[in-house]
Every structure is written in structure tokens, then in C-alpha cells.
Design a protein around this ligand. Structure first.
Ligand SMILES: O=C(CO)COP(=O)(O)O
Length: 136
């Protein structure tokens, strides 16, 4: 599965803890991230991770483009709900696309843990079926 990992600055520590805790699951999948989040996860875990631009420089939009092409299976996006983001429209657009394409999206640690455990349990087999139909 292709998984996008994104965290706003005040949530990066949470994301790193999450990646360390679930490294054994994450390493079985293809990981993508916005620039700084990806760098921090890679430094903390050594996990291979494709890094897009930093969020404010277009990284959210690049991940959104993958969703629009049905090339992303899950998004874990630890948003900071208490800090205004200069690229708020990009953040909203990414979340909107997850809803347009029914892509599982976690915006906090509680939901992310449920998604990742579901992934390990095989709950995302339906994504595999869709991908196979598309010849991916
Ligand atoms: O701003 C972000 C998502 O909206 C995250 O970007 P970085 O991972 O580059 O900090």
C-alpha cells in the first residue's frame, strides 16, 4: 500500500513517535511524505520514504495529485488545529480529495492507530482490488 505521512510542525514529535511505534508495519509499505516530515521520519527510523516538497511549498498538493490519480491508499496527516498555516487552502484541498476519492485519512494519533492496525489486519484489501483493476 502507498501511505502518505504528513505532520505540521507542532505535531512532528507525535509523527516520529508514531513512525517508531509502528515501524514494523510501515516498513512493509511504500511511504511518501511532505519534505520536512519525511526527513524527520527517515532520520528517526531509517525507513525509506519518498519526500515531496515541504507542505508550504506545494507538498500537500503533490500528495493530492497522487490521490487524484488513485495512487495513494492511505493518508496520515497530523494537523495542528491551533496554529494558522500559510498554506491552509492546500491543507483543505488535500483533505477534500481524500473525501472525493474515499481515501482513508487520519488527522490525529487516535485514528491513525486504528488505521494502521486495520492495515496490518488486512482491512485494506479493497484498495488492492481497486489497484489491481487499474493494473497498478
Ligand atoms: O505543512 C505541512 C503539511 O501541510 C507539512 O510540511 P513539512 O513536512 O514539509 O513540514
Amino acid at each position: 500500500m502507498k501511505i502518505a505521512l504528513i505532520a505540521h510542525d507542532k505535531k512532528k514529535a507525535d509523527m516520529i513517535q508514531f513512525a517508531i511505534a509502528y515501524q514494523a508495519i510501515l516498513e512493509k509499505h511504500e511511504l511518501y511524505a511532505t519534505g520536512t516530515t519525511g526527513l524527520r521520519i527517515h532520520e528517526a527510523t531509517g525507513l525509506p520514504i519518498h519526500r515531496f516538497q515541504s507542505g508550504p511549498l506545494g507538498g500537500d498538493q503533490e500528495i493530492g495529485a497522487m490521490i487524484a490519480q488513485n495512487k495513494m491508499d492511505m493518508v496520515i496527516f497530523f494537523r495542528d488545529p491551533l496554529t494558522a498555516q500559510p498554506h491552509e487552502p492546500d491543507v483543505s484541498a488535500l483533505i477534500r480529495l481524500c473525501d472525493v476519492y474515499s481515501i482513508p485519512l487520519a488527522t490525529n494519533m487516535g485514528t491513525a492507530e486504528i488505521l494502521i492496525k486495520g492495515l496490518e489486519r488486512g482491512d485494506f484489501a479493497w484498495r488492492k482490488i481497486i489497484n489491481e483493476k487499474q493494473g497498478e
